[in-house]
Design a protein around this ligand. Sequence first.
Ligand code: PLP
Length: 395
Amino acid sequence: MTNESSVSTISPLMATYGRFPVTLVKGKGSYVWDDKGKQYLDFTSGIATCNLGHVPDPVKEKLEEQLQNLWHCSNLYHIPNQQALAELLVKNTFGDQVFFCNSGAEANEAAIKLARKYAQKIKNKDSYQVITFKQSFHGRTLATMSATGQEKIQQGFLPLVSGFHYLTYNDPAALEQLKELNPAAVLFELVQGEGGVIPADLEWVKQLEEICKENDILLMIDEIQTGMGRTGTLFAYEQYGIEPDVISVAKGLGSGFPIGAIIAKEQVAKAFDPGSHGSTFGGNPLATAAGLATLNYLLTSGLLEQAKETAAVLDETLAELKNEFNVIKDIRGLGLLKGIVVDGIAPAIVQKALAENLLILTAGPDVVRILPPLTASLEEINEFTGKLKKAFQSI
Ligand SMILES: *Cc1c(COP(=O)(O)O)cnc(C)c1O
């Protein structure tokens, strides 16, 4: 007997995403192809994830090699790729020790747990609060959603996890409040990505760092979107000339293979001991093969330098576009994380671009977000400009 109720037109997927009517089946470099063979220029990079372009050969080769040997074994054993990736991350950052997980939200969860443990166990400080900022985005789990300073993301999921307090981003007055609140940590993005591609002011960040150092508040930076070369340096904090205590990393770390991490100074990291925190898949042989190949390539190929030059060309192009179209109010961002401010019409521009076979994103209704792969060529930037111009002309 057949079960008629199983014959249904309801999608088997929960409606957590408003999807574009495009089914992608293949990618290479800056391009993706749909199930009908149509080619698109992809300037979303899987939301700042495929920073080396789609299916980059060095990562593919390393993954293929690892596929032959060992996929998973648990963190109860030593994993050579994990060890090597941690060493490379430590060598190229402020940090001393790494914890691996599988996503951005999990990385921020680990950072928040580490801040609490550090305050309570190492410092004996009567403080567990983590200060974050309005319009921030830190993830979708209960704790990271509670850390996120956007009501629309929290709606319907109350009560929030307690221990978070939001201050106004780029506001010097907020720094005075910070002193009074005397929290365990501050967690923030150097360019608010989902919140509208808003870079932090250099002076403000310097003052924030100073207050943190003076008052024994951990400086934790969410580099999930800004990291892995996206903003012109391996991590954005380098450009601000500051020294964080903890950073969270994910998106670009595995070129599309799911992996996340926090990197911390030894004196903070030592708050975790065996049993403190964990993750079944965190840093598994396949994920860290992808991470290791990605980071090795970024560090040795000259791609960081190339991406800086590409970003300068993109800046010129976008400035010209701003002159040409009155609807463009501002261009902002850092490196290859760019926002075009267009009051209210960002979704319409993205739709028009799709009609030109160009994939771009929004960051809220007012901002068109551009995230080319770091590997994008100048010809591809030209192609992008032509398509984006058409999108603006047809609005
Ligand atoms: C994407 C993002 C996250 C969440 O990462 P997931 O992998 O989706 O959990 C957190 N913080 C920032 C800044 C992000 O851009």
